[in-house]
Design a protein around this ligand. Structure first.
Ligand code: ATP
Ligand code: MG
Length: 588
């Protein structure tokens, strides 16, 4: 139990913690109104069967009704009940609205918190996670925590107050019968609990896991549409999705069905109780009017208790079924937030900083090993790179070229050895990254306009139009833009499907220029670089040489022919450094 409260307390922010006591107070107030309503019905029924009932029960209040006829007294109580119920309905509605808005806003804040945690998570964290699960965490698990754990918990508190208040009223009037009623509720609850507890949590787990799996499968089959269609393997993904959806549907069905059971159990129990009470009262020799007043009171209370106790039991079951998802959200947030809070370097990512000016990048005896691998991706790498140089990085696939670039970017921390900038280690990662633009072979493009793709992450009203025109020229995109139906306002489609590979690369370059990055890293991840794109890279190197620092990863030596310096990497080691002629082994 304590464990769950720790989780809850961690997931609620200070704003929520301030609002909760107010909500609880309003629940308490609303439950008092409920009792007044039920009490008035009891009095009303008493009056019907015995007009002197009120005066006998409350002789001190007799002066209030002096001079009124029986009919008028009954009418007065009738109106009082109508007014009390109307006031209570309006108040309950207002409280409910407040609760719903509170939960929705909390949901937004929690999603934001998770998104921040993912965005600033260490690079290695993302290397080991499938993005579908992260999407499911934000979209599904957080939603479930709010909708299926937190909201039911609030309902539980509110219903708990109502049940306690009504039962207290009944206990004052008929202590033994009330005790009997309460024990009935408890035994039904306990028996139900005994049988379904385990089932609820196991079904909850399946619901959560299969949801993540569904998102992953949909993502795969849409992302790999072309390859899958050419191979004709659509069936495999369809069947897989159908299998997981069935598993999900089965578990979710059981979960919902189990949550319905308490309602019917309690409904039956109250019916048996009321009939039993009536027959018992008559058998014990009570007058019919006495039995009617007592049974009427319990019936009125029962009508209110039925939804309340049902809500309590379903809330408990619902919370149980979805605790697993809460735990996932909690564990992920704790893990990520403890890293981001602890690390000065990552913390700096949240703020705005200028560029860290530098003249040399030095890697001293750098070794790097990926998590869960038993070999080093970089071994004793010693290199010095100067600002303004164009550097070609060549070597076979798997040699460690991308790893090296990630170490330079500060994304991967060397196992041993150091990355030194003008002799000093990086203190503020944001300042350091502000120097870079990273252009992988598969370029990330928003399904949005060319303008927004160039000025990535900048609000429309802050985009500098002159600068857009200038960087389009610099990236030799002018002709491409002229051919686009709506110029810079043309939508590029998902992953820029409307552009060729070379054009996409130039958009990425324009982006680097717009953001005024001095060091441009181009990572040609595979050897499938076509001739046109290779020529683009060669041209880029020629035009940028001298202006920008370039780090170009290439598979073909011809691509980096014009670079000032070439590094050859093999199995994680630098095997050659020098000019093109030095590395290729020919004299120029
Ligand atoms: N996330 C990862 N987890 C574990 N091992 C990895 C990971 N990324 C890369 N590696 C391994 O590290 C080594 C170097 O990989 P890297 O991606 O740096 O090679 P590369 O030279 O860029 O290859 P390519 O030219 O094919 O892009 C490889 O053996 C690779 O299998
Ligand atoms: Mg690579």
């Amino acid at each position: 139990m304590k464990k769950y409260f720790t989780q809850l307390s961690y997931l609620l922010d200070s704003q929520a913690k301030k609002t909760i006591p107010l909500l609880i107070l309003s629940f308490l107030f609303s439950s008092v109104l409920d009792v007044i309503g039920v009490g008035l019905i009891g009095v009303f029924l008493g009056l019907l069967t015995n007009p002197h009932f009120f005066l006998q029960k409350f002789p001190d209040l007799a002066f209030l009704l002096q001079g009124l006829s029986e009919k008028k007294i009954i009418g007065l109580f009738g109106v009082l009940i109508i007014v009390a119920f109307a006031v209570k309905a309006i108040l309950t509605l207002l409280i409910q609205a407040k609760v719903i808005f509170f939960c929705q806003l909390l949901l937004v804040r929690l999603k934001n918190r998770m998104m921040i945690a993912y965005q600033y998570a260490p690079y290695t964290y993302h290397l080991q996670r499938n993005s579908s699960y992260l999407i499911s965490r934000i979209q599904d698990n957080i939603g479930s925590f709010i909708g299926n754990v937190f909201l039911p918990l609030l309902n539980l508190i509110s219903s708990g107050f109502i049940a306690i208040s009504i039962l207290s009223l009944l206990a004052i009037l008929h202590p033994f019968i009330t005790l009997f009623l309460v024990s009935m509720f408890f035994s039904v609850g306990l028996v139900f609990d005994l049988f379904v507890k385990q089932k609820l949590s196991s079904m909850g787990k399946i619901v959560s896991l299969s949801n993540g799996e569904m998102i992953k499968t949909i993502h795969h089959s849409l992302h790999g549409l072309t390859e899958i269609r050419v191979l004709g393997r659509e069936d495999y993904f369809l069947q897989w999705l159908s299998k997981i959806s069935h598993r999900y549907a089965h578990a979710a069905g059981i979960l919902v069905a189990l949550q319905q059971i308490p309602r019917y159990l309690i409904e039956n129990m109250i019916a048996i109780f009321i009939i039993g009470l009536t027959l018992g009262g008559i058998a014990a020799g009570f007058s019919i009017s006495g039995v009617v007043a007592m049974v009427g009171m319990f019936a009125a209370a029962g009508a209110r208790l039925l939804p309340t106790v049902t809500q309590i039991m379903s809330a408990i079951n619902q919370i149980r079924g979805y605790l697993y998802q809460t735990q996932l959200v909690y564990e992920e947030l704790v893990e990520l937030e403890s890293i981001t809070k602890g690390s000065k370097k990552i913390k700096s990512l949240y703020q705005k900083f200028d560029k860290l000016t530098f003249s040399t990048i030095f890697l001293s005896n750098v070794n790097y090993q990926y998590p869960h691998t038993d070999y080093s991706a970089l071994k004793n790498v010693n290199i010095t790179l100067h600002k303004g140089q164009s550097i070609g990085l060549v070597g076979p696939s798997g040699a460690g070229k991308s790893t090296l670039v990630n170490v330079i970017l500060g994304f991967l921390e060397p196992e041993s050895g150091q990355l030194l900038i003008d002799g000093k280690p990086i203190d503020n990662l944001r300042e350091w990254l502000n120097n870079f633009a990273y252009i992988p072979q598969i370029i990330f493009l928003l399904d949005d306009t060319l303008r927004r793709n160039i000025a990535l992450g900048i609000d429309d009203h802050e985009i500098d139009e002159d600068r857009i025109t200038k960087v389009i020229q610099m990236a030799q995109l002018t002709e491409v833009v002229q051919q686009l139906p709506e110029g810079v306002d043309t939508l590029l489609g998902e992953n820029g499907v409307r552009l060729s590979g070379g054009q996409r690369q130039r958009v990425a370059l324009a982006r680097a220029f717009y953001h005024e990055r001095d060091v441009i890293i181009m990572d040609e991840a595979t050897s499938s670089l076509d001739h046109e794109t290779e020529q683009e890279v060669i041209n880029t190197i020629k035009t940028l040489k001298g202006n920008k620092t370039l780090i170009v990863i290439a598979h073909r030596l011809s691509t980096v022919e014009n670079c000032d310096i070439l590094l050859r990497l093999e199995k994680g080691r630098i095997t050659k450094v020098g000019s093109f002629a030095d590395v290729v082994g020919i004299s120029s």
